[in-house]
Design a binder for this molecule. Sequence first.
Ligand SMILES: Nc1ncnc2c1ncn2[C@@H]1O[C@H](COP(=O)(O)OP(=O)(O)OP(=O)(O)O)[C@@H](O)[C@H]1O
Length: 325
Amino acid sequence: MIEFKNVRKVYEDGTEAIKGIDLKIPEGKLVALIGPSGCGKTTTMKMINKLIGLTSGTITINGRDISEEDEVELRRSIGYVIQRIGLLPHMTIEENISLTPRLKGWKKEKYESRVEELMNLVGLEPGIYRKKYPLELSGGQQQRVGVIRALAAEPPIILMDEPFSALDPISREQLQDELKHIQNSIHKTIVFVTHDIDEALKIADVIAVMRDGKIEQISTPRELISSPANEFVRSFIGEHRLNVSKKEFLVADIMDDASIFPEFEAAEYETIPHDATLSEAAGMFVSKQPDKLVVMKGGSQVGSVSRSDILKAVASESRREAQSQ
Ligand SMILES: Nc1ncnc2c1ncn2[C@@H]1O[C@H](COP(=O)(O)OP(=O)(O)OP(=O)(O)O)[C@@H](O)[C@H]1O
């Protein structure tokens, strides 16, 4: 567990970037730090691996104060992925991925098999890509290498700073899915900075919403949607809604008269009973985590909708209900 206690950061020019935050990041969870530009997400994250020092307060990892840890050792024990991942251009993909394991003195056999395992995990065929150089890969492929490079030495903690934001929407969605898949199988503690509420809702176990150097709310995606702590959080979620009228229509359909074809009973689809209430529907989406819902009406498919869109539509429906009461 990573724990912040009353942490403040004042930069040398006097900017008070972090204004006394308390934050507990449980082991094995993916926690998203989200908020508008300049609210302090990156500063918060970089204090964990001491890329940025704190002005006051403490950060502990499993009870040990990081101020007493050696910086180099600390950074080797924490994976780090950034936007436009800094792969070393003169090293092959294999050399890039195995960098930290080699620095840690792993035997060749061990790191080679680790590289192969990780490349397979994100769909990069080792036989084709291991000897290539970063510039011979697409942006999405390079970012995959960045993610698995951070995983290579099996760090218990991984920090990710907007790792997918430079990618096209398709690669981005794929990598979000892959990260979720990886996280479901290896349960690392991941701190993920994003300003994209859709991304946070899709991948995070816990979301911390930040504003102006403070944390406004820490909760599960479901709680965030159903019980925003204040107007700021509510509008932050709301501002990022897409195409809500269509989704509201689809949700209304689900509540009204929806059935799912039996052949869609594969894991990625989920059925919602006709008589489910809005909050039950939201609960099912969060607990079962289907990637997609197929909405049926009168025996034909009227659409399909992603988990985060459903959650947002449910939230806006709940708000409308609350306003009309
Ligand atoms: N090296 C620095 N010196 C002075 N001020 C800084 C420095 N780095 C960041 N800041 C300021 O600290 C505040 C928080 O910055 P930070 O980069 O943590 O925000 P962020 O939420 O990650 O923003 P973004 O989403 O735009 O990346 C901002 O007001 C920023 O201008």
